[in-house]
Design a protein around this ligand. Structure first.
Ligand code: ADP
Length: 433
């Protein structure tokens, strides 16, 4: 501001001097015009210096401003300061960008940025090795053209990215890749891909091992249990001190048989590919069959089992598997509900889902256990579970079966009040008459 006033004062001074001189020589207009012309000329000169200075590559090196005083000196200094700040900010950003590029290049995981049109924007070095993407040819290529597995296209378009996808690497047999996509910005996608071949092999070895061991254990357990049952059939021939141990041996061998059975079921669900031909299952019939086959345990504990399904619904899926999942839930409800309880099995359409619910008014589950219930061998109270012949594998089986039907399990429970197990099946697996 002070500079501006100085400049106005300077102009007034020049004009006053020109006026006085003009009066002296009796040429006021001429003197004023000459004074204004000199003033404008000097300013034009400064303007020229400014344009010459600014047009020099100010980003490179330290581009010192021309020496100048007054308002022009002020303008040069302000521009110089702004240039310096901008240079620092852009150096900082470039530094960050370089580091991000370097670190992503060092990653073994492929990182690919996909724009809202589904085409490739950017990728790191590992993407070239894992996915065979080439720079610059594949820029702006549709990702589904580069990874042609139909499972990938399905995963990409369905946008259910809370789950990962495992498929064989494009063009390399025997190599398994895991894809994970995250949405960001304006419907852009960040795709992370890692090589899980080793993990995949280990998992299948683990599955085979569990499957083989369970299979091998089946016969010895059946034999031991058979002999124990025969001995206990003639319990009166035994000395009384052997009664309790023998009964315990039988109940433990029964438990072992349950575990082996559940492990075999789990392994077979895990290893079996989803069959191409699916059954058309009448939901009412399925529920009635479950009610009839669980009648014994329901009656034993004097529970009431209510079935409610008003719609005529058919499910497209594996009948045996869905039967096993729902009956597991009903049996659990019966096991974990004190005698005289109420169990409900319901089927309803809610939004775009078929919702099958199993509800009981039993012991309930503390909230802290709920997220872990579907883990193998996870039991809230191992001693109670053992008493009821539980293996801790039931809910793992249910979750697996539902996943094979694109469905999800949701558990709600209040300790001491009861539990509600909800199975959400997508509507495209359902026919409603
Ligand atoms: P288990 O063979 O022990 O029943 P599951 O996998 O079927 O194994 O269930 C895991 C645990 O979840 C059980 O040990 C039990 O503590 C709990 N649970 C399952 N269903 C119910 C239910 N309806 N009410 C209360 N607790 C339940």
């Amino acid at each position: 501001m002070a500079n501006w006033r100085d400049e106005v004062n300077r102009l007034l001074l020049i004009l006053s001097a020109a006026l006085v001189f003009g009066l002296l020589i009796n040429q006021v207009t001429l003197c004023l015009l000459i004074a204004l012309a000199i003033y404008t000329g000097l300013n034009l000169l400064q303007l020229r210096r400014l344009t010459q200075w600014v047009s020099k590559d100010s980003q490179r090196g330290d581009n010192q401003p021309p020496e100048s005083a007054g308002i022009w000196g002020n303008i040069f200094d302000s521009i110089y300061r702004l240039q310096k700040q901008e240079r620092l900010a852009s150096d900082y950003l470039k530094n960050i960008l370089d580091k991000a590029q370097e670190s992503s290049a060092a990653l073994e995981m492929a990182v690919v940025m996909i724009n809202k049109h589904g085409t490739l924007d950017w990728w790191n070095r590992a993407s070239e090795e894992l996915l065979g993407i080439r720079y610059p040819n594949d820029r702006n290529q549709a990702v589904t053209n580069l990874i042609r597995d139909p499972k990938f296209a399905d995963y990409f378009h369905r946008e259910k990215y809370d789950q990962t996808l495992r498929i064989e690497a494009p063009g390399v047999s025997g190599r398994t890749l895991e894809f994970q996509i995250t949405l960001f910005g304006e419907h852009e996608k960040l795709m992370l891909v890692r090589d899980v071949t080793q993990l995949h092999r280990l998992e299948s070895m683990r599955r085979d091992f569990v499957g083989n061991v369970s299979h091998e254990l089946g016969t010895p357990i059946t034999v031991i249990k058979g002999y124990l049952e025969t001995i206990l059939d003639h319990i009166d021939d035994l000395e009384p001190r052997w009664h309790k141990p023998m009964e315990q041996m039988l109940s433990q061998s029964q438990r072992m048989e349950n575990i082996v059975h559940d492990l075999l079921v789990l392994t077979s669900i895990e290893t079996r590919a989803t069959p191409r031909t699916q059954d058309t299952i009448d939901l009412n019939e399925l529920m009635a069959e479950i009610a009839s086959n669980t009648q014994e345990i329901i009656a034993e504990k004097q529970h009431t089992l209510n079935i409610q399904c008003d719609l005529n619904i058919k499910i497209i899926g594996q009948r045996g598997e869905l039967y096993s999942a729902l009956s597991n839930l009903v049996i659990n409800a019966a096991k974990y509900t004190p005698a005289g309880g109420l169990i409900e099995l319901r089927g309803n359409i809610v939004d775009k889902y078929l919702l099958i619910e199993v509800e009981d008014n039993g012991i309930g589950i503390d909230a802290q256990h709920i997220p872990r219930l579907t883990e193998r061998f996870y039991r809230v109270d191992p001693s109670r579970s053992a008493e009821t012949g539980g293996t801790g594998l039931g809910l793992a089986i249910v979750k697996h079966i539902l996943a094979r039907h694109d469905a999800e399990l949701e558990i709600e429970s209040t300790l001491g009040k009861g539990s509600l197990f909800k199975c959400w099946l997508p509507i495209d697996r359902v026919q409603i008459d």
